[in-house]
Each structure stands twice: as C-alpha cells, then as structure tokens.
Ligand binder design. Sequence first.
Ligand code: SF4
Length: 334
Amino acid sequence: MTTVRKTVAFTTTIPQEVIWAAGAVPVDLNNLFITGNSADYIHRAEALGIPRATCSWIKGIMGVVDAIRPDTVIAVTEGDCSNNHALMSQFRYHYPDMKILGFSYPQDKDPQMLQLQLSKLMNHLQVTQLEVDRVKQKLDGLRHKLFTVDHLQTEHVGMSGKALQQLLVSSTDFNQNLETYEADVDRWITLLSTAPIDAGTVRLGISGVPSILSDLSDLIETRFPARIVYYEVESDFAMMEPSPTLVSQYLHFRYPYELFARIAVMNQQIKERGIVAMIHYIQSFCHRQIEASLIQKLLDVPVLVLEGDAPGPVDMRTQIRIEQFMERITGATL
Ligand code: SF4
C-alpha cells in the first residue's frame, strides 16, 4: 500500500528542510506556475477575484493553489511580497479546510526571532530540531553539488543559461523529489567536467526576481556570442554556501532582507566570473521595481533593466532593447 504524503506548498523560498523532516512534500507554487499551464492558472485567479492589474506571479500562485489544493500553504508575510497578506485572506475564504500559515523573515535579522519562526513551523509540522538537522545535513551535500555545477557552468561550455536557471530555481523544493533531482545534478557535473573550457565568450548575469519571460536567456545566447553565467536571485534561493545551522543558513539568504548586501554579492560575482554586463529583470506591478535604479547605479558593469508582465516569450519592443544593449556590450568587448 502506498502512503499519500501531505503537500506543504509555499509562496516563496522557506526552510524546506522542516517539510522534508516531517515526511511531507514541499511544493514551491512559483515553480508549478511557471512550468505548468500558466495561462490557465492566471485565468483561474482572475475568475476567483484577483484583479487583472496584479503581478502575474501572485495570480499564478492563486491559480496553482486552486488547481492542486495542497494540505497546507505557507505564505511569507515579512521579507517577501506585501501581496501575500491579501492572498492569505483569499485562501482562507475560498479553501476553509486548508491550513494557512504565515512565515516571517525578521527584517532586523535577529537570529532569535528567526529561530522562533522555525520553531513555530516545526511545532506545526510536529518535527524535532534533531530531525530537521539530519535533513539539513543531507541537503547540504546536495547544495554543495549544485555549487559545483554553478561554477563549472561559468568556466565550461555545454550547459545553457536557461538550464542552469531552471536547476537553481527548482532547488527551492528540489522538484519535490530529492533522488531524481540529485541524479540530474550528478549528470551535469559529469557532463561539464569534460566539456570544453569557455574560450572567451561575453559573459552576462541576470538579477532580480526570476523572469517570467520564457525565452530571455535563450534569446541572448542564440542571437549573440554571449553566455549567461550567473543568476542572482536563483543562486541565492539555492543556498550553496555552507552554513553551520539552519538559522545561519536562512540569515545568509539575502532575498528577504536589504538590497545593499545583494549588491555587494553581485559585484563580487561579477568580478569572480568575469561578467561584463547585467540584465536586471523587474515584474509589472511589483514593489521591487523601486530597487532597479539603485542596482543600475551601484553595479560595477552596465545594466539593462527589462520589465515583463504575463508569462510568454520576449515581445518585439524588448527584443529591440536587448539587441541595442548587446551590440553595445559585444562591440565594446569583442
Ligand atoms: S514579483 Fe514582486 S509583486 Fe510579484 S510576487 Fe514577486 S515580490 Fe510580489
């Protein structure tokens, strides 16, 4: 007899170690939205009353919850998206039997406050610190392998930017299957270890919330002699730097906290990876758009800011802006 495991879904990266320790399945709603029938999820959300002029990621999260009806949804109420408060009300109204929990990343980065949030989550899922620490140890090994792929991809050709982006972003729930995810990571390590060294293509990075534009990386890599070797937010989600405890791991997670730490890391990565330009992605109707002007001012390389709204390919106007930017970058460096 097969046991049906409980699904614990979430609106952004949260300590999934606790969910695995409880024997439940972590589900990053964003990943299901962008890899599934995105148009249907948006349509469902609008039919349930989410206004049209709302960020598509929020509509997608609502639509996926409506479609899959997880046992529990964890909404990050501090450190992520202000829309999540309103989303929680929608969940409570439409799905009264679903468990809806909040999770906060304390903005002052107080370790005790974060431990309190973790303890609340552990109590809810009925797991002990010891059980969670055992899972952390196991996931640390996988995160280290991911670090290897991430760095091999910069130095070797053989893995597209899009493939790297998908591998990193899906680490927020490891595609709900640790074994198949790890096998995929192992395959990339083997492939990249023997792949030719990059002989000097123009290297770019992408920052900002994960792009909703399906072909952004492919478009750049196929039309220009360039490679995307760094995904800022996705590599932050993947938590590839070792941390001794779960609290320190989630305090090193930069996305929920202030911008300047992210900028410092971006400039360090730009230097280490030999990146000559960055593309900063912003989402329509997102409060994080306010950060874009600072990113443009404070990064050490030229930055092109691109905005997307609905899931789908890059539109013609954006393509022209990318072409103009890339001609300037490649012309200056080739
Ligand atoms: S893109 Fe912005 S508005 Fe949309 S879910 Fe993310 S943080 Fe919220």
